[in-house]
Design a protein around this ligand. Sequence first.
Ligand code: ADP
Length: 434
Amino acid sequence: MLKILVRLYLITIVTFSAAIYLVPALVIGVFQERYVRYNMEQSRGSQSLLLEQFRQVPKDQWPAIATGLDQRFAPLQVNLVGIDDSSFSASEQQRLRAGQEVMRLGDWGTPDLDVSPLDEQRAVALRVPPDPLDMSLLYWSMNVLVGAALLACLLFWLRAHWRDLERLKQTARRLGQGQLSERTNISPRSNIGELAVVFDTMAADIEGLLNQQRDLLNAVSHELRTPLTRLDFGLALALSEELPAAPRERLQGLVGHIRELDELVLELLSYSRLQNPARVPERVMVSLDEFVDSILGSFDEELEAPETVLDVLMHGSLDRFALDPRLTARAVQNLLRNAMRYCERRIQIGVRVNPDGCELWVDDDGIGIPEPDRERIFEPFYRLDRSRDRATGGFGLGLAISRRALEAQGGTLTAEQSPLGGARFRLWLPAVAC
Ligand code: ADP
């Protein structure tokens, strides 16, 4: 807000100051003649009284009269001047010789010098000296006060704007993080009320569309499970009977396909369940080393393979940390399974806890993930290299599920280059009071 306020204030104050100095100068410049005439009319009485003082006495006493009047008019200055004085321009001299008054205007169109001819050679000049220091200071303090009032006014006006814009920003951020029920709730009377209404309508539309999509996915997956189970059951029955080798082999192939389909449906169901905004993560305090141990326990068989080396690095003192064990374990298991699929020999798991949260990364020394694909691999069904992946038998849903599992807890999952040469998946969970 400070940035907007400073910018707005600078623009306003510079424009205001420039206008205050330039506009009067311009107007007075254009209507110079009218201003001079007006001021002459205003000073006609005082000028005639002044001239009378001189005309009542012989010309040789004019200097003494001028000195006397100068003292009485102080701080204004009264002088006797020669009409052919070089300080007068040719046109001013001409006016004075013709017996006409000459007036020069200062700031704001007020008279600076007023000269009236006494005879063909001399004239009496009434000069207004520059303002004394204290008056100038008073004038500048007035300007400063006007500036301060302007600042206070801008601050007052901007505060409400800023509060609403900040609310809009937070809502957009939360919506992007998947909290689809988030709305701005900005009053329609606010200056950005119309924008907020459009934004809230858009958020409601997006929520509706995504919910429809999730419900459809959920319903289709559920509907698919029943016939799949029946098929599996039917095939198991058929296989329990005496069959020649060739049809038995074909049936067994079909059982494999059905199991694969069933796995896909299960994955889809997990994915759509994680997208359900009503699902609140169940955070409990877990000891992080025990948690990692229990995940590794589920990979006992794979880890026994002598060609894979797995290191676990626990950084600092690993306290207990509040997380949803089921969701987090699901995500880490997916990452470990991928690391095992794609590594050459080495896998490394690192864990670090700091006051802000917990960081866990899974490194491998495999082929890694090209930079442009490091975000796309988290999209459902996105697989990098079909010919390479087909052998690994995934559906491209594992990373999408892992990311949703972490986002549901306010965390993140990102992919980067591993120091081991392959891929690094970095998982981050914020610390929450539990
Ligand atoms: P899948 O179940 O097919 O492996 P994932 O969502 O888990 O799907 O992964 C998506 C794609 O990301 C994979 O097809 C693979 O190409 C790439 N990938 C995931 N993990 C790694 C890894 N550790 N090293 C290299 N590529 C990986």
